[in-house]
Ligand binder design. Structure first.
Ligand SMILES: [Zn+2]
Length: 235
């Protein structure tokens, strides 16, 4: 429960929005990927040797080649090659997938967070991010901590499930500034007005719900954060 905050940090309308980045440590599936690669390559190599290079090929050689190829194909399809990282912070949860754009789910867009079959499922209306409770334990703990502070009604974990998570550690994960989010084209949650200019956008500091500057409600329609006195004292 370290309440230590670095200078200038705080949730209310600061510019310096940050998030933590966690590299996945999905040890079990990575091992399975490695083992599958080794077994597949051995089968394939032995089969090819016997079938085409050896003077006395085994009867089973084509089958060995075939099964080696099948194992390797499975590894390519379903293997875990790492490279997946998770970000958790002011802008919600984001998944880095190799070679793909960041899959981001803002807090305002989260409909529920629950535990299901060893996974923490962060479900939005059109996107879902699942984290492995064992491999992404710290990231999962941070998601739950942040979500309980921002959108508590959508966190559907039992007390036992919460206690199964590690204590979120301030020391783990790399802190990054949130990269600029695309707000133009989004609709104001209160008026439905499309945000045409970035300067008109007023995101809720707690959940990221976007409002048009002319129709900011007193409390956020999504998370009920107080929006009436934005950004310090501008009188
Ligand atoms: Zn909000």
């Amino acid at each position: 429960m370290a309440e230590h905050k670095t200078e200038g940090q705080g949730r209310k309308g600061r510019k310096g929005r940050t998030e933590r980045r966690f590299e996945a440590v999905s040890a079990s599936s990575s091992w399975a990927t490695l083992a599958g690669t080794v077994v597949g390559a051995l089968l394939l190599g032995a089969g090819i040797f016997s079938q085409w290079l050896s003077s006395r090929p085994w009867d089973l050689a084509p089958w060995v080649v075939g099964s080696g190829a099948v194992v390797l194909a499975a590894v390519i399809l379903w293997g875990d090659f790492g490279g997946k990282a998770v970000r958790v912070g002011d802008a919600g949860v984001a998944l880095e997938l190799p070679g793909k754009p960041l899959r981001r789910l803002g807090w305002y867009a989260v409909e529920s967070i629950r535990v299901d079959k060893g996974q923490l499922r962060i479900v939005g209306s059109d996107t879902e991010i699942s984290l492995s409770l064992s491999g992404d334990a710290q990231a999962s703990a941070w998601v739950v901590k942040e979500a309980r502070a921002r959108i508590p009604s959508r966190v559907e974990l039992s007390k036992e499930e919460r206690q199964g998570l590690p204590e979120p550690s301030e020391a783990l994960g790399t802190q990054l500034p949130v990269e600029k989010l695309q707000v133009t084209g989004m609709r104001c949650k209160a008026s439905g007005k499309v945000i045409t200019f970035e300067r008109d956008a007023r995101p809720c500091p707690r959940c990221g719900q976007v409002y048009h500057c002319e129709s900011v409600p007193e409390t956020c329609l999504t998370c009920e954060a107080d929006l009436a006195a934005p950004k310090g004292k501008s009188s």
